[in-house]
Design a protein around this ligand. Sequence first.
Ligand code: ADP
Ligand code: SF4
Length: 689
Amino acid sequence: MRDSRYDILFEPVKIGPVTARNRFFQVPHCSGMGHAYPRAEAAMRGMKAEGGWAVVSTQETEIHPSSDFSPYSEGRLWDKGDMKRMALMVEAVHAHDSLAAIEITHNGHAGSNRHSRLPSMAVSEMIIDSHDPVQSYAMTRRDIANYRRWHRTAALRSREIGFDIVYVYAGHDLSLLMHFVSRNRNRRTDEYGGCLENRVRLLREVLEDTRNCVGDTCGIALRFAVDELIGPDGLLCDAEGREVVEMLAEYPDIWDVNISDWKNDSQTSRFSSEGFQEPYTAFVKQVTGKPVVGVGRFTSPDTMVSQIRRGILDMIGAARPSIADPFLPDKIEQGRPEDIRECIGCNICVSGDMTISPMRCTQNPTMAEEYRRNWHPERIPKARSADGVLCIGAGPSGLEAAMSLGRRGYRVVVAEARDMAGGRVLLESRLPGLAAWKRVMDYRIGQIDRLDNVEIHLNSGLDSSQVLEFARELDIRHVLCATGSQWDREGIGREHPDPIPSDGSVTTLTPDDIMETGHVTGNAVVYDDDHYYMGGVIAEALATQGTNVTLATPAADVSSWTHNTLEQGFIERRLHDIGVDIVEKHRMAGIRDGKVRLEHVSSLKPCTIDVDSVILVTARRPLCDLYFGLELNPDGRREAGIASLTRIGDCLAPATIASAVYAGHLYARDFDQEIDIDSVPYRREYIKI
Ligand code: ADP
Ligand code: SF4
């Protein structure tokens, strides 16, 4: 039974000629699948509709080959040939009585046309956004007329496909319409440039075009970034951003408002909290009589209700919370909000699009596996035997495996060496800005607590003979090692196949030491050969305690992989702000006489830094002694009645928390199944030949 406080979230909302059955709106978001994997895309969107999202949107959908985002795989509606693919998603969404929305767009100079090879056109002459050595030409009036026709055609095709809502997209610094509006991009001197009225002209025309084409049966949504966060050179929510909303207040049937660019809109929990966009977007409802949807990593029903009651939003927009839990609305409706798998705000999902691969989610291992593996986030096949499993280690992989096996109905005993479950998540969530990551363990421990067939034993570090004893005593036939990994103490990593030479004159630590004890005094060098978040966050932790920190890395950027999670600029700025010295493109040549010797990666020019401590953030070493102790003792296993021994997660191959969770889930799904390792373990999408 739903808590009556949340009733308001389930009121219908009229969006022009269509009506959303509740206030949950999955706003457009990339998936790394798009036109390359249309069935997977459709199944993923359909799952959101099944989970209660009243509106489910596509990602940005290119309307013409001159707006070609290759190699990124977004939506594509270039011609009639694309309609069938897009229809798969509409069918999947309609099957659950939700509305399907499409975000049609032309990217202007944000696309690179690598596939189509057409010249790039933009609001003004400029270098294109990607690092290709290519420039865009400024659109003529004829180009503008062509663009308007393509947009109208795409809107008509969208309606024919069955979409209920058609977007006009002016957000993220990615769409031509936003480029026209923004003084930062628009250098035109004709009637489409100069004063704001002129810069808004094309957006107004396209809104009118879209309404004239499809507005009688489709809702018209306008996605607009009210602030570019670049000061007076761009849109500001209390200046031109607001004026645009005032000018176009009643034009769309719904306003979908956010901030630009994508990295600002999709900030991670390290840099912003739930509802962070409110200071920018709150004014919109005061200006328009139309419903307003907005985002802010909303996972708490109380926050959602507050947004509506306080007149900030009419619909709760979500990309990431709907990825982490496609069934978030249903769980609130069914009176079980504690079952929500809350987004942790890590942007691993974003890294899918950025690395041109189907997205994955740290919290939801079934994400993007709905079609190819037929995985459902809330349903899992029942147990096929009464076998028991001993899971050693309660990190993300062990907890996910235990929870999912438990849901299947298997008896699971988890042995954890520490006095708390959580593994690396427990430790890492204590680092600056990473507190929300604790949700990975909190969710799983909370779910396991309610399963009678899963027990977690803390303070239970096991060696191989104890495992055999346990298995015998408890009649356990399957042993799962999820014992994790440790950071390498000798600096072995990408740049260093061998240990970094050291005369022992400097205290050498790893992130594990910092997370356990937390303190370093004097001068420290954090050496980051890992390139994800750990080097930057350790530097931040130490600098905020008063240590003089230099962060050295062979990469060209601090925490360079975090370009894929949209965090790199934020991390670099924060390190600068707190006084961390940054030395890029330098590898560590050695440690001698109380000094760290660095050398430039290409010129080999050396430099030295006097230090008291070095923190090596390089490779991680799987903790697999226990596994091999058992693996190399087949007689002992046979005697103990152990039928299978498996290792997963970081103790097999250290990777992200998302990978560990996935490994745990895969183990639980595959358990008791015949797996043919000679064939592809999932369905593929073939192009018909
Ligand atoms: P993963 O990311 O693969 O889940 P983690 O390092 O996060 O790995 O978690 C591994 C967990 O296993 C840690 O909490 C650790 O304390 C526990 N662990 C490691 N070795 C043993 C052992 N021999 N017995 C019991 N628990 C162990
Ligand atoms: Fe949230 Fe991280 Fe999942 Fe993305 S990957 S939806 S940010 S938990």
